[in-house]
Write a new protein. Structure first.
Length: 318
């Protein structure tokens, strides 16, 4: 009975990770398909009727998603009274940064779509900019009433901070002065985990292996430090990652009957060069879309890592 409950909790967590990663991918697709994220050129005198078509489609998608949650995620889970699940320390907080990043992306998409469909700045900022929190909240409440899950306060805080981070910058600076980004590379831990962290392919490990993730905050030294001496497209980025993780809170010794290697869990901090592609001028509409989509991804560039009381340099880190 005890082993079964642990399995369900682990499976449930993996399902949540899958949905979170899927939302990130969907946001990139939307960002690629829309143009002029923060430009007033797309604003006309009235709300575009197409926006209501978009709302209808979004409503249908959300209805379908909720039905899927009820029939697939929770169909074999016992309904229980509202309860909490404290996963703040899980995965060395990489999971929380994932919630923050996903909520930030969803808020960016919400704002840009409402601007595209000609809503006022305040309507787009507060309603569109809150989409990260709005879209993530229902999942937490579903979790709260099902066994093996639970309402995660830390997830909710991370979701809220992602939306607030977008709204605050857009309101007080008129732009995103500090841009959250991510990078991912396949790790040795997934290859040696007997399927615990994915099925030994890039897509599966992208979904399940937290060791491969680094989250960044990228900014222009010219704007932050008022230098005005560097190329406007050149940024600095501060990053955070973690390695050696074969479990949410502590490393598993066995998985599916096979012993797992003994790794030390540790945190990693980075400083790196970065590129703000939105500052690279081009007349090509295709390149503009590409630049917009990759603006939320940290590309491989020289970096310095601080971890385990050591300093390590990379010519290219991703």
């Amino acid at each position: 009975m005890f082993g079964s409950s642990l399995w369900w909790k682990y499976r449930s967590k993996k399902d949540k990770i899958f949905i979170l990663r899927s939302k990130i991918i969907i946001c990139f697709i939307v960002l690629f398909s829309t143009q002029d994220l923060y430009s007033s050129d797309t604003i006309s005198k009235r709300v575009d009727r197409n926006f209501y078509k978009f709302l209808a489609v979004e409503g249908a998608v959300l209805t379908g998603a909720i039905s899927y949650l009820k029939n697939e995620w929770y169909s074999d889970k016992k309904r229980v009274p509202f309860h909490f699940y404290n996963d703040l320390k899980g995965w060395n907080q990489i999971d929380k940064l994932g919630h923050f990043y996903a909520a930030y992306l969803e808020s960016t998409v919400g704002y840009s779509l409402m601007k595209k469909f000609n809503f006022s700045e305040n309507q787009a900022l507060y309603l569109g900019g809150s989409q990260g929190l709005i879209l993530e909240t229902p999942i937490e409440f579903f979790d709260a009433y099902h066994e093996g899950w639970g309402f995660s306060v830390s997830d909710m805080v991370a979701n809220a901070l992602g939306s607030v981070f977008f709204i605050a910058q857009q309101k007080y600076f008129g732009e995103q002065l500090i841009m959250p980004k991510l990078s991912f590379s396949r790790s040795k831990y997934a290859r040696n985990a007997n399927g615990l962290l994915g099925k030994n392919n890039l897509l599966s490990e992208f979904v399940y292996d937290y060791n491969g993730y680094t989250y960044w905050f990228s900014f222009s030294p010219n704007k932050v430090f008022r230098l005005n001496k560097l190329p406007e497209w050149l940024n600095l980025a501060l990053g955070y990652g973690a390695d050696g993780m074969l479990g949410e809170f502590e490393n598993k010794k066995y998985y599916k009957g096979q012993s797992l290697p003994d790794y030390k869990r540790y945190r990693q901090f980075y400083i790196s060069l970065d590129i703000d592609f939105s500052k690279i001028k081009t007349k090509s509409r295709v390149l503009k879309k590409i630049y917009k989509a990759v603006s939320f991804i940290k590309i491989p560039l020289p970096a310095i890592e601080f971890s385990n009381k050591k300093v390590r340099g990379y010519f290219f880190y991703f």
